[in-house]
Design a protein around this ligand. Structure first.
Ligand SMILES: Nc1ncnc2c1ncn2[C@@H]1O[C@H](COP(=O)(O)OP(=O)(O)OP(=O)(O)O)[C@@H](O)[C@H]1O
Ligand SMILES: [Mg+2]
Length: 333
């Protein structure tokens, strides 16, 4: 089982769209998938779950059939205890589950903030709180033979994202070839390196725990080139300049700060050709159509509103994701 976070400090680069499609594509090749919506915006949740499910998850009723991820950590926020085990929502007829997101997750951030001070002081409670979602995920994933836990997070370097990053095995950076997306990667390596170094130092000082603690050894597994237009198989000129700069930007701002001896040996990244894990093309109007249908683009049919030539794009998307799955499984297994 691998836990993978999809992250970019720049918003709107297609993190959620990619994560959603990858999960459904991996399921098609026989993998068991657990989505975790750790973005308080809940975009992944609203793509996977019908509205009535989300409504139930957000109610306060005892004994309700679906819970949100916030229900699990509410005892930590209220100070009454550790996380509660909750069942994720299962997508009918698919080996896909999701821990439903919640705007209330923002309340957890205050707790995580004080927990970090305790982590730095090597105090047990800090690790307990920082690892809460990690332990929840692990527990379900191990009991249910999950192959991949795909974690969607918001576009910021805040405390919740720090906890999720330290909890994952791998992280992938979706990028759009434009100035903003490249700029958005410039602080990632430096900030991640600082988090990992501080966490590892404190872990060593803290010694043994009676609970499962987040390992804090995330591996960078490449970037996804997202959403660029292709015209007669050529990348549109405006994007070319930015796309050509991606490998150097990754090398300078992600690989270099994470490849320092202080983070060895687990964090030394093998130099690869250009760090690109996959490419996800621009599907324009098929994206909102897929959101309405609560399906990935490659599963859309005429009944969902796909007409004429668009059916070819649906098929192309299926082929594209079957290749992306192969690359992903090779890179992260
Ligand atoms: N491959 C694609 N083709 C066409 N449109 C896309 C594609 N990927 C994403 N989009 C569109 O781009 C917008 C942003 O996508 P998405 O919500 O996945 O980004 P995000 O990085 O998760 O955003 P946030 O930072 O807010 O979480 C959405 O409106 C989506 O419809
Ligand atoms: Mg998103």
């Amino acid at each position: 089982m691998k836990k993978v976070v999809f992250f970019n400090n720049k918003g709107g680069v297609g993190k959620t769209t990619f994560t959603f499609h990858l999960g459904y594509a991996l399921e098609k090749i026989g993998k068991r998938i657990l989505f975790v919506d750790a973005d308080p915006q809940c975009n992944l949740t609203s793509w996977v779950c019908p509205e009535d499910i989300i409504e139930t998850a957000w109610q306060k009723d005892e004994g309700k059939t679906t819970n949100s991820i916030f229900d699990s950590i509410a005892p930590i926020v209220s100070g009454s205890g550790d996380y509660t085990v909750i069942e994720p929502y299962k997508v009918p007829d698919k080996n896909i589950w999701i821990y439903v997101g919640d705007l209330m997750l923002s309340d957890f951030e205050t707790e995580l903030s004080s927990a970090w001070t305790q982590v730095l002081a090597a105090q047990e409670r800090g690790f307990r709180v920082t690892s809460a979602i990690y332990r929840l995920i692990n527990d379900f994933a191990k009991k249910n033979n999950i192959d991949y836990v795909l974690i969607d997070i918001g576009p910021n370097l805040g405390v919740l994202n720090r906890a999720m990053l330290l909890s994952c095995d791998n992280y992938v950076i979706p990028m759009v070839p434009d100035m903003f997306s490249l700029r958005g990667t410039q602080n990632i390596g430096r900030v991640f390196a600082g988090w990992i170094k501080d966490y590892q130092l404190s872990l060593t000082r803290a010694g043994e725990f009676k609970f499962d603690v987040a390992p804090g050894r995330p591996q960078f597994s490449g970037y996804i080139l997202q959403q660029f237009n292709k015209y007669r198989s050529r990348i549109v000129k405006a994007f070319e300049k930015w796309q050509s700069q991606i490998p150097d930007t990754i090398s300078q701002y992600i690989i270099a700060p994470l490849s320092v001896p202080a983070l060895a040996p687990y964090n030394l990244i093998q130099p690869s050709s250009n760090y690109q894990l996959a490419e996800f093309k621009n599907y324009n109007a098929l994206v909102p159509m897929a959101q309405n249908a609560l399906k990935p683009i490659f599963d859309l049919t005429a009944a969902d509103g796909v007409v004429g030539g668009h059916m070819q794009y649906v098929r192309n998307c299926g082929d594209e994701f079957s290749n992306i799955c192969k690359a992903f499984v090779t890179q992260i297994s």
